[in-house]
Design a binder for this molecule. Structure first.
Ligand code: NDP
Length: 483
C-alpha cells in the first residue's frame, strides 16, 4: 500500500507541500521502518490554512443545513466504501491491529459524519412569546475551529471534531499528532470529494509549536483538543487569553469496580477491553481495576488465562488481536512505569516484557496487590498495564475510585441493579459504564470532568460546543423612554 501521502497538508481543497518545514518521519510501529515523510507547517502554511478556513466560512454557513448535511452524509458513505483501505492505513499510522481498525476507526468516523449530517437540517433556534412582543433565537456557528489530535485514533478524532463543527456551519483547520500524520489527510480528501467547498476542512502537519500557533491566532474562534492534561492546561490558557471557545478531551486514570456478585467472564472481558484494546492506548481506559476480595484470585486466574489467548504479531494480519505501541518513545515511557510498579512492590501477575522482535511490542501486563499511593495507580500510563486493587465494601471503594484529579470514565460490574445505578451516580466521571466498558457510540455524549476535560463530543451535546445562540428581541408596539 502507498503510505507516502500526496503532500503534507490539505488546504483550500487541495494537497499542498512546503518542504521548508521540518521533516517528520512516519514510522510503522510494527517494524520501526520509515514508511513516509511529511513536513511540519511553516508560518506561511499556517497562515494559508487559516485564510482558507476564514474565507470559506461565510458561504458554508449560508448554505442550508440540509445541503451541508448531505455533503457530510456523502462523506460518510465514501468512508464506509473505503473502510478496508482506510483501516490498512490507520494500522500503518498507529500500529493498531487491522482486527480493530476495520471496525473502530473509519467506521466510527463515518458514524459521526452520518449522525451530524443528519442533524444539520434540524439545528434551529426557538421562539419565545412575551405578550405581544417576542424573542427568537438563532443558532449560529462560531466561525473557524481548530482541531488538535492525539495519536491513538487519528481518523476518529479528525472526524469527531470535523463532523459537528461542519454541521453547525463552521470551518476547520485540523492538526494531527506528529506521530500519526497520515489519516486526517484522507478525512479531508473524502470531505472534499463529497462536495465540501475548498477551505471548509483543512489539515496542517506539525508538532506542538504548530498547534500553539493555531491556538493563539486571532482568526480562530474555537479550539478542540484531544491530548494529555499538561497539554490541555497550556492550550486552555492560550485560548482563554482571547476568550476562545474550547473543548478539552484529556487523559484519565479511570476506575473499574468489580463486585463479588459480578459475572466474572463479563468482568474479565470488560477489563481486557478497558486495558488492552489498542495496546492500552485509550484515554477512557479503566486502568484501576478494583476487585472485591472474595473473587480476586478467581478474577486474576481467568484474566491470565484469557490474556494467554491474545494473538500478538503483524497488525495487518486479521488474526492479530494485540499490536505494538505507537512509538519507541511511548514504549519506553510504559517500560518505565512497569519498572516503577515492580520497584514500589506491586505483584507482577503476567507480562512486563518487551517482545524480542522488530517494532515496539510490549506484553499485556497485569499488576495485582496495587495500593492507592503507587505511581501505577495514580498516573496515566497509556499502555497495556493494568493495576488490580483490592477492596472490601462499596463505601470504601467509591471514595478511593474518586480520589484522583482525573474524571474521564468509570465502570462497574455487578448483578445488583440498585447498586449499579447508585455507583454510576456516585462516580466523579463524565462517561460511565454498567456491565460493559469503553463503548463510545456517536449518539452518547463523551467527555470528562475534573482535569479530564471540558465540553462533550458526540451526541446532541456536541452541538452546544460548536455553535452559539443569538437572541433577537422583537417589539411589536411603540417604545416608551423616560425622557
Ligand atoms: P499530547 O498532549 O502530547 O498531544 C496532543 C496534541 O497536542 C498533539 O497533536 C500535540 O502535537 C499537540 N500539542 C502539544 N503541545 C501543544 C501546545 N502547546 N499547543 C497546541 N498543541 C499542542 O497527547 P498525545 O498525542 O501524547 O496523546 C495521548 C494523550 O491524549 C493521553 O493523555 C490521552 O489520555 C489523551 N487522549 C484523550 C482522549 C479523550 O477523548 N479524552 C482520546 C485520546 C487521547 P505533537 O504531539 O504532534 O507535538
Amino acid at each position: 500500500m502507498q503510505t507516502q501521502p500526496t503532500a503534507s497538508h490539505f488546504i483550500g481543497g487541495e494537497y499542498v507541500e512546503d518542504t521548508a518545514g521540518k521533516p517528520i518521519d512516519v514510522i510503522y510501529p510494527a517494524t520501526g521502518e520509515v514508511i513516509g515523510r511529511v513536513h511540519s507547517a511553516t508560518p506561511a502554511i499556517v497562515d494559508r490554512a487559516l485564510e482558507a478556513a476564514r474565507g470559506a466560512q461565510a458561504a458554508w454557513a449560508a448554505m442550508t443545513g440540509t445541503e451541508r448535511g448531505r455533503i457530510l452524509r456523502r462523506a460518510a458513505d465514501i468512508m464506509r466504501e473505503r473502510n478496508h483501505e482506510l483501516s490498512v492505513l490507520e494500522t500503518y499510522d498507529t500500529g493498531k491491529p487491522y482486527q480493530e481498525t476495520s471496525v473502530a476507526d473509519a467506521t466510527s468516523g463515518a458514524d459521526a459524519l452520518e449522525y451530524f449530517g443528519g442533524m444539520a437540517a434540524t439545528l434551529t433556534g426557538e421562539h419565545i412569546q412575551l405578550g405581544e412582543d417576542w424573542v427568537y433565537t438563532r443558532r449560529e456557528p462560531l466561525g473557524v475551529c481548530v482541531g488538535i489530535g492525539a495519536w491513538n485514533y487519528p481518523t476518529q478524532i479528525a472526524s469527531w471534531k470535523g463532523a459537528p463543527a461542519l454541521a453547525c456551519g463552521n470551518t476547520m483547520v485540523f492538526k494531527p499528532s506528529e506521530t500519526t500524520p497520515l489519516c486526517a489527510l484522507k478525512v479531508a480528501e473524502i470531505l472534499h470529494e463529497a462536495g465540501a467547498p475548498a477551505g471548509v476542512y483543512n489539515v496542517v502537519q506539525g508538532l506542538g509549536d504548530v498547534g500553539a500557533a493555531l491556538v493563539s491566532d486571532a482568526r480562530v474562534d474555537k479550539v478542540s483538543l484531544t491530548g494529555s492534561v499538561p497539554t490541555g492546561r497550556k492550550v486552555y490558557a492560550a485560548a482563554a487569553a482571547e476568550m476562545k471557545h474550547v473543548t478539552m478531551e484529556l487523559g484519565g486514570k479511570s476506575p473499574m469496580i468489580v463486585f463479588d456478585d459480578a459475572d466474572i467472564e463479563n468482568a474479565v472481558s470488560g477489563a481486557i477491553l478497558g486495558n488492552f484494546y489498542s495496546s492500552g492506548q485509550v484515554c477512557s481506559n479503566g486502568t484501576r481495576v478494583f476487585v472485591q476480595k472474595g473473587i480476586k484470585e478467581a478474577f486474576l486466574a481467568r484474566l491470565s488465562e484469557r490474556l494467554g489467548q491474545a494473538v500478538i504479531g503483524d497488525p495487518q494480519d486479521p488474526a492479530t488481536s494485540f499490536g505494538p505501541m505507537v512509538s519507541a518513545r511511548q514504549m519506553e515511557i510504559v517500560q518505565g512505569y512497569i519498572a516503577k510498579g515492580q520497584d514500589e512492590g506491586a505483584r507482577l501477575v503476567c507480562g512486563g516484557n518487551r517482545l524480542q522482535r522488530d517494532g515496539f511490542f510490549l506484553e499485556p501486563t497485569v499488576f495485582a496487590d496495587v495500593t492507592d499511593g503507587m505511581t501505577i495507580a495514580r498516573e496515566e500510563i497509556f499502555g497495556p498495564v493494568m493495576a488490580v486493587l483490592d477492596f472490601e465494601d462499596e463505601g470504601d471503594v467509591m471514595a478511593r475510585a474518586n480520589d484522583t484529579e482525573f474524571g474521564l470514565a468509570a465502570g462497574v460490574f455487578t448483578r445488583d441493579l440498585a447498586r449499579a445505578h447508585r455507583v454510576a451516580a456516585g462516580f466523579e466521571a463524565g462517561t460511565c459504564y454498567i456491565n460493559t466498558y469503553n463503548d463510545a457510540p456517536v449518539e452518547a455524549p463523551f467527555g470528562g470532568v475534573k482535569a479530564s476535560g471540558v465540553g462533550r463530543e458526540n451526541s446532541k451535546a456536541a452541538i452546544e460546543h460548536y455553535s452559539q445562540v443569538k437572541s433577537v428581541y422583537v417589539r411589536m408596539g411603540d417604545l416608551e423612554a423616560p425622557f
